[in-house]
Design a protein around this ligand. Sequence first.
Ligand SMILES: [Zn+2]
Length: 390
Amino acid sequence: MSEQCPVCGGNSVTALGRPQDMPLLMNKVYASPEAGRAAARGVLDFAACRQCGFTWNRAFDASLVIYDEEYENDQAYSAAFRDHMQARAEDVIAAIPAGEPVDYLEVGCGQGRFIACIQDVAGGRVRSATGFDPAWRGADGEGASGSRLYRKYFEPATAALLPYPPNAVVTRHTIEHVPDPVGFLTTIRSALGPDSTARIWVETPCVSWILENRAMQDFFYEHCSLFTAESLAAALRKAGFKAPRVTHVFGGQYLWAEAFCGGEDNEPSLERPAEFDSLEGVRRDFIEHWQSELRAARKEGVVALWGAGAKGVSFSVLIDPDHDLIDHVVDINPAKQGFYLPGSGLSVLSPEESAKRNPGTIFVMNPNYIREVAETAREAGISGRLLPIE
Ligand SMILES: [Zn+2]
């Protein structure tokens, strides 16, 4: 293969398996099962760089994925996820020297949930909080508690909207949606200006976690760029940020990188990323394993999934293509309840509605949520057993 890695430029690139198709938008819900099953699909054709571990979808077509105000991607209904956001906000605020006001910028701020978290943790220290996101649903320039949220991309042309030069810049769960991640970070770096002394934090899924855990349901069309710790540090350096330090958070599922606009650089980590081989066999084993689990559970009663997010969408597409094993999906996000998933067309129910169908087994999409899922299920009167996908 003569392809080059878009992050490190290495030319040892390996295909991760045969191309397959998946719904384009994993977080959109539909008004009927038919509309869900007819949802537009795109091709997953992932390749990995053997040098830095960056993994990307070579078949990705950005023109097929539109992030508009209909985009629903709010995980903040989960207490475990809120705890995680709180911990990240504490990381950011603790890094700004006491006595210095916080001028906060978020790129890809969604509906401003994390900005609210930052304001909460910082108390009165936030002097300005500005967010940019093409999916922002509120009035342009108006967010909660004095923050300013813009339905725009952050780039040199929109940087003039910042009331103060930011000292804390965060971009969470955004870079994996971008087909040119180095270009994305370079745009942020240049929009901040040559004299910026800001720190930047980047949060994104860890592809090493996905591969080590054989989490085949974690490859999505929207996530066209997946990082290892090494490749995220490399992308930050290439974009002009200095001294990147990457840690694992959220039970290892996410990378959390911190880097600087100014100062000295550090030495790149010499740690080799995991071996990348074809995932063809892993994917086949994954599908066979969970199909046999679901068939056995189906013999004993109604089978449901817990979690109508991207993992639930891809799991149901991979494991139940004939729509005869899974009855419904439970989700605590009211914006999804009463609607139907893309791909499988499965109905999304509240825990209380699910209890009426008396599920015998519920497969829980994210093991990080198992404790709160157990509690919510019990309160809703669900007596079936809960099995985490891990
Ligand atoms: Zn590379």
